[in-house]
Design a protein around this ligand. Structure first.
Ligand code: SAH
Length: 464
């Protein structure tokens, strides 16, 4: 991120626009949305520009900007639409240490103006660092459609009530109050009574929330899927959006954590390959402590929470502590890996059962029903199998498996770093050693990629 978005307080600050014509007029119109003190420097302003400035009480100087004008200015816009005077303005501003924007010239500018969706005081700023104006316009159009016009009115009413709402304890209770106002009570009152009813509605709503019993804490055991945020369920997204505390496995991708409420407390736990791990009892204690303090805890687990995730142990601990919980299912690594190679996990006349197995258990390598697995057509998804390849191979061959049985390894399934390795039982340890995967790997025993490489779903076009 080369350009960092911020919201600058322009109340009563001087903003200087040097230039004429349509370029200066467009900037002036935009800046008139602010409460800044605007000054226009234009030796020969066109009639339209002059009239706009006069009508809006903008100070109009019929001369070029000079060094003497700059002290105390917050921002300068070079808006001549011509390189030479713009460069002169930019040089003056820089010499005075004032941030300058040269309209439509990213490289010559200290800051750039984003595309705006204006629901004052709610503002959405969209920037692409000048790379894709078409994209910025498309996003703006989508936001314009999606954000109701009344958004700003509600936010405006809320502004005056923030102090009163502090009667509610900070955190969940206060957030519930505001959620109720912005998404239920507020829109309803606006529709029925108009803006005039909002203040009374806020007071009544606060009284109701103050009288209500505090909501007890709870834990949602949420599946995060294999890594691609698109593969989260809608419910997982909603819960992340509300969480006070997110306790997540280290395997959970950063792009998914980004979706959680920014104010939430994040705690990384669990195993990282064979690296450091948090004891299960510590994870249980963390969930229970936070929930007892009234927090909404999201326990985020990679893939599907119910598969090799010690879900039962966490549920038992929560039950033992009398804490309310629910499970949100998700996409497991086996599903993502199968999708990546375009294969079906079951097939009529080939395999009517599917094993999800781990190569490790409490005692080390995990024993399985190898005879069944060695049968032609058998399919198994092997989790945590990277280090157990030779063991699995030995057991399979010992029980009569065909050495040519296809085995496909999918590393980082669904993530940008996804890699597919088509191997066979007899070559498995050698191929794996050569590929030297560093990310999580799912082994699909008995399945070959339909075609290699399999195209990833083309979802990008859908935005246009
Ligand atoms: N609950 C998870 C599995 C946890 S065990 C699920 O349902 O997917 C951890 C193992 O899952 C890893 O060792 C790896 O075998 C597999 N795994 C998880 N995410 C993966 C991914 N994106 N790509 C490949 N394998 C993955």
């Amino acid at each position: 991120m080369r350009h960092f978005p911020i919201f600058l307080d322009l109340a009563d600050r001087r903003v200087l626009i040097a230039g004429t014509g349509a370029v200066a007029e467009a900037k002036l119109r935009l800046l008139l949305k602010t409460t800044a003190r605007l000054e226009l420097y234009a030796p020969e302003p066109e009639a339209a520009l002059r009239e706009l400035a006069e009508a809006q009480g903008v100070a109009l100087h019929r001369r070029p900007l000079t060094a003497a004008d700059l002290p105390g200015a917050a921002l300068v816009y070079a808006a001549h639409g011509a390189a030479a005077p713009d460069a002169e303005t930019a040089a003056l501003a820089r010499a005075a240490g004032v941030l300058v924007n040269v309209v439509d010239d990213l490289e010559a500018s200290d800051f750039i103006t984003p595309a705006l969706v204006d629901r004052d005081p709610v503002t959405v700023a969209i920037g692409t660092e000048g790379t894709a104006p078409v994209l910025a316009r498309a996003i703006k159009a989508e936001m314009e459609e999606r954000l109701p016009q009344h958004l700003g009115t509600l936010a405006g009413a809320a502004r005056g009530f923030r102090g009163a709402a502090e009667a509610l304890p900070p955190g969940r209770a206060r957030r519930d109050f505001w959620t109720d106002f912005h998404f239920r009570t507020g829109p309803l009152v606006l529709e029925r009574e108009g803006e005039g009813g909002l203040d009374a509605a806020l007071a009544a709503l606060l009284a109701r929330h103050l009288a209500a019993a505090p909501t007890p804490g709870r834990v949602d055991l949420v599946s995060a899927g294999p890594g691609d945020p698109d593969l989260l369920t809608l419910r997982a997204r909603r819960l992340l959006d509300r969480a006070d505390v997110v306790i997540h496995d280290r395997l959970v991708a950063p792009a998914i954590l980004e979706l959680a409420r920014r104010e939430a407390t994040f705690v990384a736990v669990g195993k990282e390959g064979f690296g450091p791990s948090t004891a299960q009892s510590d994870i249980n204690a963390l969930m229970i402590d936070h929930a007892r303090q009234g927090a909404h805890v999201v326990r985020l687990k990679g893939g599907d929470a119910s598969i090799f995730g010690r879900l039962d142990e966490e549920i038992a601990a929560l039950d033992g502590a009398g804490i309310d919980w629910a499970v949100t299912p998700g996409v497991t690594a086996a599903s993502a890996a199968a999708a990546a190679i375009g294969a079906s996990l079951t097939q009529r006349a080939r395999n009517s059962d599917l094993r999800l197995m781990t190569a490790h258990d409490l005692k080390g390598y995990a024993e399985q029903d190898w005879r069944a697995l060695a049968r032609p057509g058998a399919v198994a998804a092997i989790y945590m199998g990277k280090r157990a390849a030779r063991f699995v191979q030995g057991r399979m061959l010992m029980h009569g498996a065909d050495p040519g049985t296809p085995v496909t390894l999918v590393e980082n399934a669904s993530l940008p770093a996804q890699r597919i390795l088509a191997s066979r039982l007899d070559r498995l340890p050698a191929d794996l050693a050569q590929a030297a995967p560093t990310g999580p790997v799912l082994m699909l025993m008995g399945l070959a990629p339909r075609r290699a490489p399999v195209a990833r779903p083309a979802l990008i076009e859908e935005m246009a």
